[in-house]
Design a binder for this molecule. Structure first.
Ligand SMILES: *Cc1c(COP(=O)(O)O)cnc(C)c1O
Length: 421
C-alpha cells in the first residue's frame, strides 16, 4: 500500500498534487511519501515483535539524508556497505551502535573510520577481511564485534544479478568453512565474534529460500555454540520483494516473514537484526517525468520522456518492470494506445517499457513511474551529462526538496583542465 492516489483526477503524493511539485522543481524528479516510509518500517516492527530485534535500513536502497533521518527517528538502525554510506548514516544522526557494516571489500580506511566513529558490528565476508580487521582494531586498542556473513548456498530464485547466497556468488564465507572461521576469529586480537549474518538476495517473492537458509543458520548456531562461541545475534539480511506490477499476486507480507523467522529461529534466544531496503523504500517513491515528444515510428508510437536510463537504470540493468501512469487520470473506459516509452539517451537500452498500453498522451503531459523509491535515485548517474535529478519528500500537506538539481556550472566544476593543456 502507498499514499500515491488520484484525487479529482490528479495523481497526488499524500495531500500534494504532483503538478504542484513539477511546477516548482521541474521534471524529472523523485518524490517520496513520508507516511509510506513510516508505515513500511512499522510493518517490520510489528512482524518481529516480541523478539528482541533491530531493523537496519539498507542505506544502499535509498541514501538521502532526509529519508535516513526520518527512519532513524523511528528507531531504525542502518546497514551500510561503504565508508560513504557510513558517513551518510552518521550525518543523519544515527548513533554508531545502531549501524552495521556489510560489504565484500571493506578497506582499512573504512574500518578505521567506523571504529573511530562507533559501530555496532562488522559483517565480515572473508577470512582475509577478518585478519585485516583484527590488525586495524587491535592497532587502535579496540575490539570489533563481528558476525561472519555466511553463504548458505541457497538459490534465492530471483534475478541473477541480485542473487547473492549461492556458492558461486562472491559473497560471504562458505557455510562449510564457518567453524574454522569462527575458531580463527576467537584466537585473534581485536575481534569479538558474537553473531552470524546472511543476505541471500533481493526481490525474493517466496518465503521458501529464506526458510531454507534460516534453517541452515539455526543449525550452524547450535554447532558454533557447542564449539564454545557465544552466538547472541543473527542478522538475516534484507531481500523481501515488493509487487512491481499491480494486479499480480504480491510477494509474502512482512507479518508472514516475521512468523517464519519466529518459527525457525525463535527458540535460539538471539537478538534478530534484519536489513530491509526495497520493502521500506520501493513503493514509497515515484519518479515523475514529462513527455517531450510523441513520435510516430514505422510501426509503433514512441513516448519520449525527459527522464532516461541514467535517472532510473533498473529497466536497462535488470529488465525490471515499473508501472507507468499518467498524472492526469484518464476518463473511465478511455481507449489506450501501445507506446514504447523511452528516454533521450543515445542507447537503445534507454527504453523503460515496450508496447505499454496508455491513454493517449501529448507533449507536456506528466507520467509517474511507480515503485521507484528504492534503487532509483541511488543508482543514477550523469551519463550524457544529464545532472542528477532532484528528490522531494512529502509529509501530509507539506513538501520539501531534499536534494536539489545541480546547475550545469556545478556539474562542470568538478572537472579540471591541466595548466599544460
Ligand atoms: C542490498 C542489501 C540489502 C537490502 O536488500 P533489499 O532487497 O533491498 O531488502 C541488505 N543487506 C545487504 C548486505 C545488501 O547487500
Amino acid at each position: 500500500m502507498d499514499h500515491f492516489l488520484y484525487r479529482k483526477g490528479i495523481l497526488h503524493a499524500e495531500d500534494i498534487p504532483l503538478p504542484d511539485i513539477a511546477a516548482q522543481v521541474g521534471t524529472p524528479f523523485y518524490v517520496y511519501s513520508a507516511a509510506t516510509l513510516r508505515r513500511h518500517f512499522r510493518l517490520f516492527e510489528e512482524a518481529l515483535s516480541p523478539l528482541d530485534h533491530l531493523i537496519c535500513f539498507s542505506v544502499k536502497s535509498n541514501s538521502n539524508l532526509a529519508v535516513l533521518k526520518l527512519l532513524g527517528d523511528l528507531g531504525a538502525g542502518m546497514d551500510v556497505v561503504s565508508g560513504g554510506e557510513y558517513a551518510r548514516a552518521r550525518a543523519a544522526g544515527i548513533p554508531g551502535e545502531r549501524i552495521v557494516f556489510s560489504g565484500v571489500g571493506k578497506t582499512r580506511e573504512e574500518m578505521r573510520a567506523a571504529l573511530e566513529g562507533g559501530i555496532r558490528q562488522f559483517n565480515v565476508e572473508s577470512e582475509a577481511e577478518m585478519h585485516q580487521l583484527s590488525e586495524v582494531a587491535s592497532a587502535m586498542g579496540k575490539t570489533a564485534d563481528i558476525a561472519f556473513r555466511i553463504n548458505p548456498d541457497v538459490d534465492a530464485e530471483t534475478h541473477e544479478k541480485i542473487s547473492t547466497g549461492k556458492a558461486e556468488n562472491k559473497f560471504g564465507v562458505p557455510i562449510s568453512r564457518a567453524r574454522e572461521a569462527y575458531a580463527a576469529a576467537a584466537r585473534l586480537p581485536g575481534l569479538n565474534p558474537l553473531g552470524i549474518d546472511l543476505h541471500i538476495g533481493s526481490q525474493l517473492t517466496s518465503l521458501a529460500p529464506f526458510r531454507k537458509a534460516f534453517t541452515r543458520i539455526a543449525s550452524l548456531t547450535e554447532t558454533l555454540r557447542a564449539d564454545g562461541h557465544a552466538i547472541t545475534r543473527l542478522d538475516l539480511g534484507g531481500g523481501l520483494g515488493i509487487p512491481y506490477e499491480t494486479g499480480n499476486d504480491g510477494p509474502p507480507l512482512p507479518i508472514e516473514y516475521g512468523q517464519m523467522v519466529k518459527e525457525v529461529l525463535g527458540h535460539l534466544g538471539c537478538e534478530i537484526e534484519i536489513e530491509p531496503g526495497r520493502l521500506i523504500a520501493g513503493n514509497a517513491g515515484l519518479m515523475v517525468a514529462g513527455v517531450i515528444y510523441v513520435k510516430q515510428g514505422e510501426d509503433r508510437k514512441f513516448l519520449i520522456l525527459d527522464a532516461a536510463m541514467n535517472d532510473l537504470v533498473r529497466p536497462a540493468l535488470y529488465e525490471a518492470h515499473h508501472d507507468i501512469v499518467p498524472v492526469e487520470e484518464p476518463a473511465p473506459g478511455a481507449e489506450t494506445t501501445p507506446y514504447d516509452i523511452v528516454g533521450p539517451v543515445c542507447e537503445t537500452g534507454d527504453t523503460f517499457a515496450k508496447s505499454r498500453p496508455l491513454a493517449p498522451l501529448q507533449a507536456g503531459d506528466l507520467v509517474a513511474f511507480r515503485s521507484a523509491g528504492a534503487y532509483g535515485a541511488v543508482m543514477a548517474s550523469e551519463y550524457n551529462s544529464r545532472p542528477l535529478i532532484p528528490e522531494v519528500l512529502v509529509d501530509g500537506a507539506r513538501f520539501a526538496v531534499i536534494r536539489r538539481r545541480p546547475t550545469y556550472e556545478e556539474m562542470l566544476s568538478r572537472d579540471m583542465i591541466p595548466a599544460w593543456l
